[in-house]
Design a protein around this ligand. Sequence first.
Ligand SMILES: [Zn+2]
Ligand SMILES: [Zn+2]
Ligand SMILES: [Zn+2]
Length: 158
Amino acid sequence: MRAFGRSAYGTGRVSRQRVSIALVVDASPDRAFSAEDLAALVRLDDPGIGLATVYRALAAMESSGFIEPVGERNGAVVYARCVDAGHHHHVVCTCCGMVEDAECPVGGTSAGANGFRITGHRLVLYGICPSCQRAAPEPGDEPGRGRFRVRPASRRAG
Ligand SMILES: [Zn+2]
Ligand SMILES: [Zn+2]
Ligand SMILES: [Zn+2]
C-alpha cells in the first residue's frame, strides 16, 4: 500500500484517507470525474472524508502525474487516471464520461501565428463514445451537457 500511495502522490503526503482516494481513482481508469464525483464515491467506503481532503488529494495526484485534467463539466474540472507518459490528449464522452487517449492532432511546435514560437498546448476533445451513440442516435453536441457516471470502486482489502 505504501508503494501505491507513493505512485499516486509522488513526494506528497500519503495518509490512509489519501490511499483510499487513490484506490477509487485507480479503479475507474477510463472515466472522467469531478472532485464532487470522487468525494461521493470515496464516502461510500469512508464517510468521514471531507471535500477539502479530496481537493487536496486531487491537486497532489495531478502534480505527481497520476491523474490529468481532461476537460470540464458545468464549470468543474474533470480528471482521469492517465498511465501513458508520452504526449497525447484525451477525448471525453459527454454522455457517460468515458475517457480515451487521443493522438495529438496539432503536431509539435509548428510555427504559430503572429510570430509566436509555440512551446506547448493543451487540448480538450469532447465526443460521444460508441456505446452512447448506439444508446442514443440523436446525441447532444454541447460539451459538458451530459452527466458523468462513475462506477463505484469495488471494495479492496487493505
Ligand atoms: Zn492518457
Ligand atoms: Zn459514452
Ligand atoms: Zn498535442
